[in-house]
Design a protein around this ligand. Sequence first.
Ligand code: NAD
Length: 256
Amino acid sequence: MKRTALITGSTSGIGLAIAQTLAAKGYNIAFNGLEANGEAIAKQTAETYGIDYLFSPCNVLDPEQITAFVNQTLERFGAIDVLVNNAGIQHVSPVQDFPLEKWNQIIGINLTAPFLFTKAVWPSMKKQTFGRIINIASAHGLVASEYKSAYVASKHGIIGFTKTTALEGAPYNITVNAVCPGYVHTPIVENQIADQMQAHQLSREEVIQKVMLAKQAIKSFIPIELIANSVAFLAADETTTITGIALPVEGGWTAQ
Ligand code: NAD
């Protein structure tokens, strides 16, 4: 059976790696992202793996655009079997200076958007008694770091939401799980390296080793394929009775 996956923020970084991994397994993909070349990235990925696709530049801060994107995907493919809530942003600032606008944006993209997507796909998943929802949280969904108040709050929140919807989905064969990556070398992290170099007056290598990877027991970036494969495992038809978990893929960060 050909399955369809809708993946937010899938024209960059982790989302794109997830799209490539699911495409290699034959899933149709509904791509999304704000990258200017998003359509080209989606088209190229679909051609590489010989799958059907659509691309939406939907801004996940806009509830109407989310509804339209979900409806467009349902009309095109007849189902959304897998939803991956991956789009996310970060902002680093001491709490006393944290701009309200940034707080609202982070909560909106990292937490409210997954709620809206889940709500929008829920009736069709319930009707077909099949659904796999995977929320990309973070090690910061399990533990905190200073200066990341909004991000840490949003990622802790998404784990709570994952557990609640896992309970509600259980009677309908809808599983809901979170994946909690450590540091993966993507544009979101590249931007943080620049910010932290400035904030701590450190070199690039010092920021990577002393600030970022300091918290991981294994001192290397998490391979992006490992995150994508974890999502593919949780998305599989056979993964029937794992639900409500927050899977750490973080080099032993939260073991300490
Ligand atoms: P990224 O910046 O490479 O990709 C983020 C994607 O989200 C992009 O496609 C971007 O266009 C999209 N996006 C952002 N705002 C959007 C909006 N308003 N509407 C639609 N799309 C929007 O980042 P990434 O590292 O691949 O991060 C992906 C997810 O993984 C995020 O939720 C992030 O918090 C999480 N994460 C990343 C790391 C890491 O180390 N990279 C670690 C833990 C968790």
